[in-house]
Ligand binder design. Structure first.
Ligand code: F6P
Length: 363
């Protein structure tokens, strides 16, 4: 097929993260310089395709002034609200607006769409593609790193670096004041960030939703550590860890949205009550999503962007770009969506953590 002049849309969808701009840049370079295609950047994710006029602009390598790789966030904007299949209108009505998105794809005269998103976005975009017969390719991004069939999603490495740096900064103050420092990190229902940052940052206790903890076990670890002559501990807690009754700990935002939040405070208080230790709690929050992308995220983002365009050129659609070992490859999108990836109890990093004597609250 003649590719020159064909138009590819690219959008970022769901929560932002570091490295998204590396993907967009790679898509533009590969498509324009490699195949003579045109790239249309869709703004604000699917919201840009619901807007009229459609929110989109042509992207050309000449617009990149040299700082794009270094910039956090997404130059295209994004949204993690408003499922087009059940879209809440300002008057509270719920509408199926999927056909409007399909219309926008046609109006933009797209040959294909590259969507950079997490599992929720992929499920929505794939359904749209199926309904409208759109040529769709997915690129995995999420700090949660919970998409199936890919070892790595864009944004995850930077989030782990930032959480590790937070532990680096908490350690001296913990030692100076003889405190137990609790750090709450994101990750939605998966504990990848907490586990990996916990190992990298020297946490003594890691709590993740995949492992059920007891306060008694945590107390034993704290007492053992004091008995060994140490005066402080570092605890890292994934946001989806439940309270002792097994209940989710959430916050309701002013908008009405219910998000994870508060388990750090809960654990900090319970440790203080049970052990008498002086505790302080830090919630890392959205700092994990912003900031300068790590080298790893820039490399992954660039690799995924080039591969996604090569798939378009090869006429291979309904695929998710993925990474395993030292290789970029692609898998059927549906398999990746269905294969949600939480922390595996027998994974090497889990075994390493246990080998280091890190407590998960289950012994
Ligand atoms: O999925 C990415 C993520 O950052 C989660 O780790 C977190 O629970 C959630 O998004 C936060 O969403 P929001 O930006 O809506 O607060």
């Amino acid at each position: 097929m003649e590719l020159a002049g064909k138009r590819i849309g690219v959008l970022t969808s769901g929560g932002d993260c570091a490295g998204l701009n590396a993907v967009v840049r790679a898509v533009v370079h590969r498509a324009v310089q490699g195949y003579g295609m045109k790239v249309i950047g869709i703004e604000q994710g699917t919201a840009g395709l619901l807007a009229r006029p459609v929110m989109a602009r042509e992207l050309d390598p000449s617009i990149f002034t040299g700082d794009i790789l270094r910039r956090g966030g997404t130059i295209l904007g994004t949204t993690n609200k408003g499922n087009p299949f059940s879209y809440e209108m300002p008057d509270g009505q719920i509408l199926d607006r999927s056909e409007e998105i399909i219309e926008a794809y046609r109006e933009l005269e797209l040959h294909a769409l590259i969507g950079i998103g997490g599992d929720g976005s992929m499920a929505i975009l794939r359904r749209l593609a199926e309904q409208g017969g759109l040529n769709f390719i997915g690129v995995p991004k999420t700090i949660d790193n919970d998409l199936g069939h890919t070892e790595v999603s864009v944004g995850y490495a930077t989030a782990v670096d930032i959480a590790t740096q937070a532990l680096d900064q908490l350690q001296p103050t913990a030692a100076s004041h003889s405190r137990v420092m609790v750090l709450e990190v994101m990750g939605r229902d998966a504990g990848h960030i907490a586990l990996n940052a916990g190992v990298a940052g020297g946490a003594d206790i890691i709590l993740i939703p995949e492992v059920k903890y007891s306060l008694a076990s945590i107390k034993r670890k704290i007492e053992r550590t004091y008995a060994e002559g140490r005066n402080f501990l570092l605890v890292i807690v994934a946001e989806a860890v439940r309270d002792e009754e097994g209940q989710k700990v959430t916050e309701t935002q002013a908008s009405g949205a219910v998000t994870y939040g508060g388990i750090g405070e809960y654990i900090g208080h319970r440790i203080a009550e049970e052990t008498g230790a002086e505790t302080r709690v830090t919630v890392l929050g959205h700092l994990q999503r912003g900031g300068v992308p790590s080298a790893r995220d820039r490399i992954m983002g660039s690799t995924f962007g080039v591969h996604a365009v090569d798939l378009v050129a090869a006429g291979k659609f309904d695929r998710l770009v993925a990474w395993s070992g030292r290789h970029c490859f692609d898998v059927p999108l549906q398999e990746a969506i269905a294969g949600y990836r939480a922390v595996q109890p027998d994974s090497s990093v889990m075994l390493t953590a246990r080998g280091l004597g890190i407590c998960f609250g289950d012994d």
